[in-house]
Design a protein around this ligand. Structure first.
Ligand SMILES: Cc1cc2nc3c(=O)[nH]c(=O)nc-3n(C[C@H](O)[C@H](O)[C@H](O)COP(=O)(O)OP(=O)(O)OC[C@H]3O[C@@H](n4cnc5c(N)ncnc54)[C@H](O)[C@@H]3O)c2cc1C
Length: 551
């Protein structure tokens, strides 16, 4: 079992430098994490490096749905929809704590994208392609049934709605749980390690990479037989370094989401609805909040510096008022937001929303394997395909044979609860356990959903009494540092707990104490502490729309 504690960074770094790996994966988003898990469970020696925090790229900035992509049926991407649809159930079974079935309402109005007939047929085909179980197959709702679920939906021209199942997830936590599973099985992984260059043998084959620890500036060489570029929106930058950026390339498309408190946007039913300009947008209730998105516009800036602009917010507000005209929401009600870029494979003359979301694998002359495009939902299957290729290459060159992928039935970290049908019993059990150590049942349920079976380790870290921060927050933070590679306050508040997105007031409340506590543990200098505080404040300001650059 590998280490995943940020207090053991030096040991992990030494291990990376001293070993030769079968596969080096660059990028710690869902794609890289999935490849690491698939490869390590096939007995490959695996290293993974991430230049920022795990899931800090696109994999914490999505719509947070594990879905088959209903919309792609319009583009007749039948195989894509069928593959993704089937993966939904697999992702759910392997990590039921981090993925939840969510009934989605698809309203249709006179003159809208879908009519009653097309909705009915479309959803039926969707269910069929995804092999959906009987209890979750689509239903058609009348106008009054639709209004029962969302009383403030646009009534003019309302004809009814389709009602079908998707899955809601926390993209960053899904990524972390997959990453942890890979490390538990033996992978060596490190965040804040940026690949700057490749190393080649005399025949021009890539045999390693030079990576810099962005916390210390120290550089190391990592040796590997095969290298996989899983850097999402950054894949072309790595191909450029490899001298192989020719032919197909990426086109980035920006997507923004905004968050409201349920007191101003009282949605208790997820809705997938038309915008006035013919696109489709999700509104999804989650833990006392409602989030809405997304936009889809070409983006040429730096994918690491991505925030919602005023124009993005205005677009989504307009879409909300188009479908929910009785709501009284405005810019001032937006509590938080996030923005990400889709790494789409460029197709000449097409608008962003017309470009296919499917993935492709490219191999350069040096042997660098690049995985481009794709969806969060399809991560496991995509990883299997990439590792099949790597296994073949390794067996061709080394005559070393690796087995078949086993991830279809492999729980991710925290997901080993005996299948989704056991979820409720598991949650109730952990509620009682939490109560026995002095937490409320509600808190116990929240922690069990966040950490799955790892909740036991979190509860072991509970201090006797509240310190300046509540006991549960303290235990979560310690667990994050010791078992989830939390290095900075932003890692904790954005990617390990999601609070900066869905409970921004809690971040404001605990940020100083969390900083002080982390500073004691990591022995930060006053300057380091100030820099990390400024970084957190900048993220808070950007999310809340208070920052100078959100013009
Ligand atoms: C707005 C939006 C909504 C979406 N909604 C959904 C959805 O609901 N469902 C769904 O299934 N999919 C959705 N997607 C797609 C999905 O989020 C992405 O396909 C997926 O997250 C991509 O993961 P990735 O690992 O390939 O890329 P990323 O998550 O971006 O990971 C790449 C990583 O590589 C790192 N990296 C880059 N350069 C280097 C380097 N030199 N050295 C080391 N590391 C490096 C980056 O820091 C980054 O963390 C959405 C995407 C967007 C933008």
């Amino acid at each position: 079992m590998g280490e995943f504690s940020s207090l053991k960074r030096n040991d992990i770094l030494n291990k990376m430098e001293q070993n030769e790996f079968d596969i080096l994966i660059i990028g710690g988003g869902i794609t890289g994490a999935g490849i690491a898990l698939d490869a390590t469970t096939r007995a490959m020696k695996v290293a993974l490096v991430e230049m920022c925090d795990f899931a800090s790229g696109t994999s914490s900035r999505s719509t947070k749905l594990v879905h088959g992509g209903l919309r792609y049926l319009k583009q007749f991407e039948i195989k894509e929809v069928a593959d993704l649809g089937k993966e939904r159930a697999i992702v759910y079974e392997n990590g039921p704590h981090v993925t939840t079935p969510e009934w989605m309402l698809l309203p249709f109005h006179t003159g809208g994208t879908f009519g009653k007939f097309t909705t009915s047929i479309g959803l039926k085909v969707y269910d069929y392609l995804a092999g959906v179980k009987k209890s979750e197959r689509r239903k058609m709702l009348s106008v009054s049934e639709t209004l029962e679920r969302v009383p403030f939906i646009k009534k003019t021209g309302l004809k009814g709605s389709g009602f079908y199942v998707e899955y809601r997830t926390d993209d960053a936590r899904l990524t972390i749980e997959v990453m942890k599973a890979a490390v538990e099985k033996g992978a060596t992984a490190l965040n804040y390690m940026k690949v700057e260059n490749f190393c080649y043998d005399e025949h021009g084959n890539a045999i390693g990479a030079e990576a810099t620890d962005t916390l210390t500036g120290e550089s190391i060489k990592i040796r590997a037989k095969k290298i996989v570029n899983a850097t999402g929106p950054w894949v072309d930058q790595l191909r450029e370094i490899d001298g192989s950026k020719s032919g197909k390339h990426l086109r980035l498309s920006k997507g923004v989401h905004i968050v409201f408190d349920e007191s101003v946007f009282p949605l208790h039913q997820a809705v997938y609805f038309d915008t006035a300009d013919g696109r489709m947008v999700f509104a999804i209730p989650r833990s006392g909040k409602t989030y809405v998105g997304t936009t889809d516009t070409f983006y040429d800036g730096d994918p690491a510096e991505m925030y919602a602009t005023k124009a993005d917010r205005d677009y989504i507000l307009k879409a909300i008022l188009y479908m929910f005209p009785e709501l009284n929401v405005s810019e001032a009600n937006i509590e938080s937001s996030w923005a990400g870029v889709r790494p789409l494979i460029h197709e000449e003359g097409k608008a962003p929303s017309e470009i296919s979301r499917k993935d492709e694998i490219w191999e350069s002359k040096s042997g660098l394997i690049t995985i481009a495009g794709g969806k969060l939902t399809g991560y496991r299957k995509m990883a299997e395909t990439v590792v099949n290729l790597v296994a073949k290459k390794l067996s061709d060159s080394d005559n070393h044979h690796f087995g078949k992928s086993i991830t279809r039935k492999l729980p991710i970290s925290g997901g080993d609860i005996g299948g989704s049908h056991n979820l409720e019993a598991f949650l109730q059990n952990k509620q009682k356990l939490a109560e026995s150590v002095g937490l409320s049942q509600e808190e116990g349920r929240r922690l069990a959903k966040l950490y799955g079976t790892n909740i036991d380790k979190v509860l072991e870290l509970l201090p006797e009494e509240n310190r300046s921060i509540p006991r549960a927050v303290y235990a979560q933070l310690l667990y994050g540092i010791q078992h989830e590679m939390v290095v900075k306050p932003v890692d904790f508040f954005i990617r390990r707990t999601g609070e900066l997105l869905f409970d921004i007031d809690a971040v404001e409340m605990w940020k100083r104490d969390v900083l002080t506590f982390m500073s004691e543990i990591f022995q930060w200098t006053e300057i380091e502490k100030q820099q990390l505080e400024a970084e957190l404040n900048e993220e808070l300001a950007q999310a809340a729309g208070r920052a100078a650059v959100t013009v």
